[in-house]
Design a protein around this ligand. Structure first.
Ligand code: NAX
Length: 334
């Protein structure tokens, strides 16, 4: 067995963490030979709830879980990390302006970025889930100058999985037969779920999604709207936001980072733009199709972008630019 890796989950007393911690601790992500130390961070008023989560983790009697550390202190939480999964963030309260929400989150992710910079390994991988995920990720990245920018990513894998599943349901195939959907841009309702480059296996043969579905207006209309609005639809039905599917997507995202993507396949991930790909401005934390090898992502290049896609990709970039400008106003004075 290898040495234990040290994994932090923030927002550890929350509902996503409740599904996520069990999956990580039982070996679903890093494999059955990789022991780990789980570090759980939440805010002080949640410490009693967190104690309950620790008790349950203990009661699972999981052989790979070597230690559980629950804390409300960043200097304890961020020490020597191999992986930080930043799930906790300030939720939008009733009557709260978008700007105030951004401001509260800039404060959290600036502080956690600085803690990553100060206490974590320089090789730490950072996955941001807490919303607004792209901009929170950018804030953390900017606040941790000693950690390579490429170590940061934000979760759009849930949207990616939702898109894959909608296509599979429509075509009556298994979700794994659908490959290479793309989520472009922000993890918000402006995201662009793009099926132009996706394929599906039908009777053992790989065909393009447009050819298989034979309904362009659905692919350009209801399909996109369903994926964009899926989070709200789950809240409406469950009276709670997505948790089980979010935890599964986080596991998929981390597994892709750790073990890479299969040959010929790509996944969606929010990463920093260098300004040279698909006309996305430099320094935007934008969701792109990526392949991953040796724990390093690379944006898939050379995909043909039609006018329809271009419009949608620019729209979500515009929203991210606005978020970034507001966040940076606060970042300089937070
Ligand atoms: P919960 O409200 O159940 O849990 C959030 C937890 O974070 C709470 O225990 C809270 O005390 C804690 N927290 C708040 N501030 C903190 C801080 N500064 N440090 C540490 N912990 C802190 O929310 P949950 O349903 O678990 O969702 C967590 C976040 O994921 C939300 O921001 C949510 O919007 C976001 N999501 C992002 C998704 C994505 O694809 N990027 C999808 C799922 C989810 O909606």
């Amino acid at each position: 067995m290898s040495a234990p890796i040290r994994v932090l989950v923030t927002g550890a007393a929350g509902q996503i963490a409740y599904s996520l911690l069990y999956s990580i601790a039982k070996g679903d992500v890093f494999g059955k030979d990789q022991p780990l130390v789980l570090v759980l961070l939440d805010i002080t008023p949640m410490m009693t709830v967190l104690e309950g989560v620790v008790m349950e983790l203990e009661d699972c009697a999981l052989p790979l879980l070597k230690e559980v550390i629950a804390t409300d202190k960043e200097e304890v939480a961020f020490k020597d990390l191999d992986l930080a999964v930043l799930v906790g963030s300030m939720p939008r309260r009733e009557g709260m302006e978008r700007k105030d929400l951004l401001k509260a989150n800039v404060k959290i992710f600036k502080s956690q970025g600085a803690a990553l910079d100060k206490y974590s390994k320089k090789s730490v991988k950072v996955v941001v889930v807490g919303n607004p995920a792209n901009t929170n990720c950018l804030t953390a990245l900017k606040s941790a100058p000693s950690i390579p920018k490429d170590n940061f990513s934000c979760l759009t894998r849930l949207d990616h999985n939702r898109a894959k599943a909608q296509l599979a349901l429509r075509l009556h195939v298994a979700s794994d037969d659908v490959k290479n959907v793309i989520i472009w841009g922000n993890h918000s309702s402006t995201q662009y779920p793009d099926a132009c480059h996706a394929t599906v296996k039908v009777d053992g043969k790989k065909v393009g999604i447009y050819e298989a579905v034979k309904d362009d207006s659905w692919l350009k209309g209801d399909f996109i709207a369903t994926v964009q609005q899926r989070g709200s639809a789950v809240i409406k039905a469950r009276k709670l936001s997505s948790a089980m599917s979010a935890a599964k997507a986080i596991c998929d995202h981390i597994r892709s980072i750790w073990f890479g993507t299969p040959e010929g396949e790509f996944v969606s991930m929010g990463v920093i733009s260098d300004g040279n790909t698909y006309g996305v401005a430099e320094d935007l934390l934008y969701s792109f199709p990526v392949t991953i090898k040796n724990k390093t992502w690379k944006i898939v290049e050379g995909l043909n972008i039609n006018d329809f896609s271009r419009g949608k990709m620019d729209l979500t970039a515009k929203e991210l630019l606005d978020e970034k400008e507001t966040a940076f106003e606060f970042l300089s004075c937070a």
